[in-house]
Design a protein around this ligand. Structure first.
Ligand SMILES: Cc1cc2nc3c(=O)[nH]c(=O)nc-3n(C[C@H](O)[C@H](O)[C@H](O)COP(=O)(O)O)c2cc1C
Length: 185
């Protein structure tokens, strides 16, 4: 299998259910992959951009794992992108270090599925929120290689044992689908 880098953008994995379960399953399923836990490494948001660029260079496939926060990647992952993907590295006339790499978006959301249908309450489908990531791939010469999405896993349900178990089951299925996709790339 190719070199896989999984970047976790959750700002507080300790209190996560869905993303924590997904990442725990991925660590079991993808023993050769590198895992980049941004909240553990950079609780102060001070990104070591050189170290992060080295991880990106080593990878053939980059999987961004994150909860949808206000229809976007969480602030910590946004900060990571801003600091790491810079002119001359990822883009620009001499910025070719990410050319040919594949990127997968793997994300969770609290709202239920019917909200993310066309004409639904959010006004957009979940994939629509990936437009900035897809554009970033285009600018950086990366291939956007697909996405895995799970909705209906709200943080509001964590205290209820039944809801927590349902979230964990959805997260395990999410990890299975993501592993399958990564193995085809
Ligand atoms: C600050 C914040 C913003 C959020 N924004 C959204 C959103 O835009 N759409 C949505 O469906 N859920 C939203 N949620 C819910 C999270 O996506 C959901 O709780 C998360 O995917 C669950 O994963 P976790 O158990 O790993 O934390 C938001 C949650 C927080 C804390």
């Amino acid at each position: 299998m190719k070199n896989v880098l999984v970047v976790s953008g959750h700002t507080d994995l300790k209190n996560s259910v869905a993303n924590k379960t997904i990442l725990t399953e991925l660590e079991k399923e993808l023993p050769g992959a590198e895992f980049d836990y941004l909240d553990r490494l950079y609780p102060d948001f001070r990104i070591d951009a050189e170290a992060e660029r080295r991880k990106l260079i080593r990878a053939d496939i980059i999987a961004l794992q994150f909860p949808l926060f206000w229809y976007s990647v969480p602030s910590l992952m946004s900060r990571w992108i801003e600091e790491t993907f810079v002119h001359g590295f990822s883009h620009g006339s001499s910025g070719d270090k990410l050319h040919g790499k594949k990127l997968v978006a793997s994300f969770t959301a609290g709202a239920p599925e019917d909200m993310y249908r066309r004409g639904g309450g959010m006004g957009y489908e979940a994939e629509d929120f990936l437009a900035p990531i897809k554009a970033m791939c285009g600018l950086c010469g990366m291939e956007f290689a697909g996405f895995i999405f799970t909705c209906g896993v709200s943080y509001l349900n964590r205290s209820d044992a039944g809801e927590r178990a349902r979230t964990e089951a959805l997260a395990k299925d999410h990890a299975r689908r993501l592993t399958e996709l990564l193995k085809t790339l």
